[in-house]
Design a protein around this ligand. Structure first.
Ligand SMILES: [Zn+2]
Length: 397
């Protein structure tokens, strides 16, 4: 299904059902959705595709990935890491060295996985990329190489991510700043309190980089309970004082599912006020985020696959519909409208996290979409069948 991008200037999709609505025709022109309606006339020279009543979904968005870590395309590797963050990080350093010694590059592994993402209709992806004192900027450069190879098929945002810790590894702050200078779109953080043990200095350092370079931030926050809540307060305060509203994301934010309702109210108020977005990866071992509460407050939440088939976890396949199914399953969703909410996190929610200026299935939006053989959005989530057509900027992939 997915090969080289075939240049089609004009394309008429007949009988597709945008987001499960009534069947209509959709005209793509110059990479954008030009017109939608019943019985549209095909312009001269336009290609015509019969959608046969399939669902049309906007480009799926992975708002939290780790492309540099994946072993996608390599033989299955049983998970042998010890328990706990430090053991996982140590295991990764060993595995990364083995891969490098075997001549398997980051660009090759990331490219393997990007192929799967594209085939599954993912149009945009934000990947964290490890930056540390052992590998320097090598992983970033590898993922940038894969990004260039997939230009026009999927758009990537890259986060310079201090996976091995920030202040516990002197020299990492400088490397993060070098990564931003070299092309990382955002600067990351990692459990400023729980892992680095110096939350104020950790956040001051990464916010200072964002302030100097005008880039956004996306901070991994696994710390739960009051420790995580306290860290969110610190993030809100710095976002406000530096005028970075709308440019900050907190990833995971498990604390939001673990604090008391009044404490949650105060946290949500701060997040909404500073337009701080969140990402979740629908983990099996932590309580799900209070999505309805966040949605009501206007806090954007995007969905991610996190690491896929890597030294942290054997799970994932690059299909955001499959990940939406996991999110819905974790939330106990059964009704079609509740299943569709999970899909919204994987589409419009992620688009809001990434700050995409025009997104969706309306005239004027980039023609990023896929067709899915399903009768409702709920069925698309639960069955997540292969996409039968994928368009990126109006091109059939
Ligand atoms: Zn992550």
């Amino acid at each position: 299904m997915v090969g080289c991008a075939a240049p089609v200037e004009r394309l008429l999709l007949r009988k597709v059902r945008p987001m499960g609505g009534p069947a209509l025709d959709l005209l793509v022109d110059g990479g954008r959705i030009a017109e939608m309606g019943d019985g549209l006339r095909a312009p001269a020279g336009a290609a015509v595709v019969d959608g046969r009543g399939q669902l049309a979904l906007p480009g799926l968005v992975d708002a939290h990935a780790h492309l540099d870590k994946t072993l996608w395309g390599l033989p299955w590797r049983p998970h042998t890491a010890g328990d706990g963050l430090a053991a996982l990080i140590e295991n990764e350093h060993r595995g990364r060295a083995e891969l490098a010694a075997a001549g398997v590059t980051v660009a090759e592994r990331a490219g393997n996985l990007l192929g799967a993402y594209v085939a599954a209709g993912t149009s945009h992806l934000r990947s964290h990329v490890d930056v540390d004192t052992a590998a320097g900027l090598d992983s970033l450069h590898g993922v940038m190489e894969a990004r260039a190879a997939f230009a026009g098929r999927i758009d990537l945002q890259l986060v310079a991510f201090p996976q091995s810790g920030l202040l516990v590894r002197p020299g990492t702050v400088e490397l993060l700043e070098a990564a931003v200078r070299d092309g990382a779109d955002l600067v990351g953080g990692l459990d400023p309190a729980g892992f680095d043990q110096r939350p104020v200095e950790h956040l001051d350092a990464i916010f200072a980089i964002a302030d100097r370079h005008g880039c956004g931030l996306d901070i991994h926050l696994h710390d739960g309970g009051e420790l995580g809540a306290f860290t969110i307060d610190l993030i809100v305060k710095r976002t406000r004082s530096l005028g970075l509203a709308g440019k900050v994301t907190v990833s995971h934010a498990f604390a939001l599912a673990e604090v008391s309702p009044p404490r949650l109210d105060r946290l949500v108020e701060g997040l909404a006020d500073q337009r701080i977005s969140l990402t979740t990866v629908a983990p099996g071992n932590r309580p799900p985020l209070p999505l309805a509460r966040l949605r009501a407050a206007g806090v954007a939440v995007g969905l991610g696959c996190d690491g896929i088939r890597d030294l942290w976890s054997p799970w994932g396949d690059g299909d955001m519909l499959a990940r939406a199914a996991l999110l819905a399953w974790r939330a106990g969703a059964r009704r079609d409208e509740d299943l569709a909410t999970a899909l919204e996190v994987a589409t419009a929610g992620g688009a809001a996290v990434l700050g995409l200026p025009a997104y969706g299935l309306t005239p004027g939006c980039p023609a990023d979409l896929s067709l899915v053989p399903a009768t409702t959005l709920g069925e698309a989530v639960v069955t997540h069948p292969p996409r039968t057509l994928v368009l990126k900027s109006g091109r059939i992939l």
